[in-house]
Design a protein around this ligand. Structure first.
Ligand SMILES: Cc1cc2nc3c(=O)[nH]c(=O)nc-3n(C[C@H](O)[C@H](O)[C@H](O)COP(=O)(O)O)c2cc1C
Length: 198
């Protein structure tokens, strides 16, 4: 793995090995593999075990892929066209407890959907695929195109693919096609008191 991905403390290699490339081969992600990725997401923890994550996917070469792709920002379309699948990550902002009839707000919906996406990404990496989350997409267009009700929030789009050759990328992206480093723990973990500045 890249020297930029050195752990400060002992961890399993899966965490530093996962990274988000933009160069994909264009190989379509088999549905069965995508279902394994969703299966990993399925076991994420969530408040009240409400499991508020929702995924809408399109496999490469299908109309569903084209629908999702059309909503991406041009800067993301420039490389995501070679993804093997696109997945919209959506979260339910309300849930109805087993003992209730009315839905209640679910304050943790984004946190829980984030946990599910992280497990999906790690499972993809373990199976020889890469993921790349994107916040750059047109939320109004995606909501309309997929028919997402207002009770649900659009969190991110995810490209999944086989790692390709960086030479296939637009020139501006080629130099960025390296696993990124991380800030040291001392900048964001502290004992007992918030001591990170405003
Ligand atoms: C919510 C979210 C939104 C992101 N949006 C974009 C995006 O629009 N375009 C892009 O190229 N990368 C995007 N990224 C990728 C991040 O830049 C990347 O995950 C980060 O730099 C860490 O690198 P790594 O995933 O390779 O470890 C996004 C990641 C996340 C989690």
């Amino acid at each position: 793995m890249s020297p930029t991905r050195t752990a400060e403390h002992p961890i399993q290699a899966q965490f530093t090995e996962r990274w988000s490339p933009r160069a994909f081969t264009g190989e379509a992600l088999p549905l069965a593999t995508l279902q394994s990725l969703f299966e990993a997401a399925r076991w994420a923890p969530s408040a009240f075990n409400a499991q508020p994550w929702r995924f809408v996917y399109g496999l490469a070469g299908t109309p569903a892929f084209a629908t999702l792709f059309d909503t991406l920002a041009p800067a993301n379309q420039a490389w995501a066209h070679r993804a093997g699948a696109l997945v919209a990550v959506i979260s339910a902002t309300q849930f109805t407890a087993a003992c209730k009839t009315e839905p209640q707000a679910l304050g943790s919906h984004a946190f829980d959907a984030g946990a599910a996406w992280a497990l999906l990404a790690l499972q993809a990496q373990a199976l020889g695929w890469h993921t790349h989350a994107m916040g750059g997409f047109d939320r109004d267009r995606l909501r309309t195109a997929l028919g997402v009700p207002e009770t649900h929030a659009l969190q991110a789009m995810v490209a999944i693919g086989r790692l390709g050759d960086a030479a296939t990328l637009p020139e501006a992206l080629r130099a960025r096609e390296v696993p990124s480093p991380r800030r040291p723990q001392t900048e964001w973990a502290a004992e007992g008191r918030f001591s990170f500045g405003g």
